[in-house]
Design a protein around this ligand. Structure first.
Ligand code: HEC
Ligand code: HEC
Length: 284
């Protein structure tokens, strides 16, 4: 059996009845509010050249109705949470009597930042996700409490930081001081887990475009995060999504904010280098 055939057999064990049929991404184009052009297909980064030519946003694999919700901020349910974060941005909290705005000006001044995360922080000598950086500002600079990883406040703020970067290309560094973390993330991506012995790659690299339980499999890109999911009517963080996918293989999973998920986020983000920052996106 070829690798792909093995992966399909494993998928067939997942649930019955299971339909696997070719579908593929559509050819629609995404322009938000009639002005923000989103690059939803881009040449794959060099390190993926053996496995794919093109990287594709998950937007292309959703229904026309779901796609349309993302094309206008008035229709995008995720934008309510962006507005909440704008209020939070101006709210003074903590012992230092400061708000985000005290040091950073307007949220728009953060345009482009989201596109580079996770990234290396020299002083802390660690790879930081955006949530880690925001919490560092809260605890070290504001004297405020850290937000729960992937909790509402944290996700709303990431959605705001994403919204002001929409249309800009994801550009995550993969070498230099982050390389060891990136390698760990890569290893996790290709490791088969759970009773079903499936890796991320089995579904999102070898089977994107196919259907699994009536769900159109995408490449599992994270350029659209945070994601408003119609399924749970909430904004979802990257690590929570990873957790759900690992659980679907019937494996024990890592916690949001764990070193493993931070590494996996760096690796998966880099697989989308060249796609636009798109969050908050809408998915089912
Ligand atoms: C007292 C000043 C101060 C406050 C208040 C503050 N920050 Fe920061 N923030 C900084 C400094 C200084 C840096 C650069 C830190 C570094 O590189 O380690 C930074 C970095 C950041 C970055 C990363 C920027 C980049 O280019 O990588 C983000 C995102 C951020 N802050 C978000 C926030 C948010 C959201 C809040 C409010 C919850 C906040 N900050 C509150 C001082 C502050
Ligand atoms: C059994 C198949 C399967 C496996 C294994 C799997 N996923 Fe998924 N994943 C799905 C399905 C189904 C969806 C929802 C449809 C879609 O967007 O592909 C999804 C969605 C996603 C999304 C959301 C994409 C978007 O555009 O919002 C991400 C990110 C993701 N997966 C990452 C991962 C990672 C990382 C792993 C490995 C830890 C993984 N998945 C393992 C089936 C799988």
């Amino acid at each position: 059996m070829t690798r792909k055939a093995i992966a399909l057999t494993a998928l067939a064990l997942l649930a019955a009845p299971l339909v696997v049929q070719a579908g593929g991404p559509d050819d629609d184009e995404l322009v938000i509010n009639g002005e923000i052009e989103i690059t939803t297909k881009a040449p794959a980064p060099a390190f993926l050249s053996d496995v794919m030519d093109e990287v594709i946003s998950g937007w292309h694999f959703r229904s026309d109705e779901t796609q349309a919700l993302e094309a206008d901020d008035f229709d995008n349910p995720g934008m309510i949470f962006v507005d909440k974060a704008r209020e939070q941005w101006d709210t003074v909290e903590g012992t230092e009597g400061k708000s985000c705005a005290s040091c950073h000006g307007a949220p728009e001044d953060m345009a482009g930042v989201k596109a580079t995360y996770p990234k290396w922080n020299d002083d802390a000598e660690e790879v930081r996700t955006l949530q880690m950086q925001v919490n560092d500002c809260r605890t070290e600079r504001m004297g405020a409490e850290a937000w729960k990883y992937d909790g509402g406040d944290a996700i709303n703020m990431v959605a705001l930081l994403s919204a002001v970067s929409r249309g800009m290309p994801v550009n995550v560094a993969i070498d230099g001081p982050v390389q060891a973390t990136w390698e760990l993330g890569k290893e996790l991506y290709y490791t088969r887990t759970g009773q079903l012995e499936l890796s991320c790659a089995n579904c999102h690299e070898q089977n994107y475009g196919n259907y699994i339980r009536a769900d159109h499999l995408s490449q599992g890109q994270i350029n659209g995060f945070p994601t408003y999911r119609l399924n749970n009517a909430a904004l979802n963080g990257v690590h929570s999504r990873f957790k759900g996918c690992v659980r679907d293989t019937r494996a024990e999973t890592y916690a949001p904010g764990s070193p493993e998920f931070i590494a996996l986020e760096l690796y998966v983000a880099s697989r989308g280098n060249g796609l636009s920052v798109e969050g908050p996106s809408v998915r089912n």
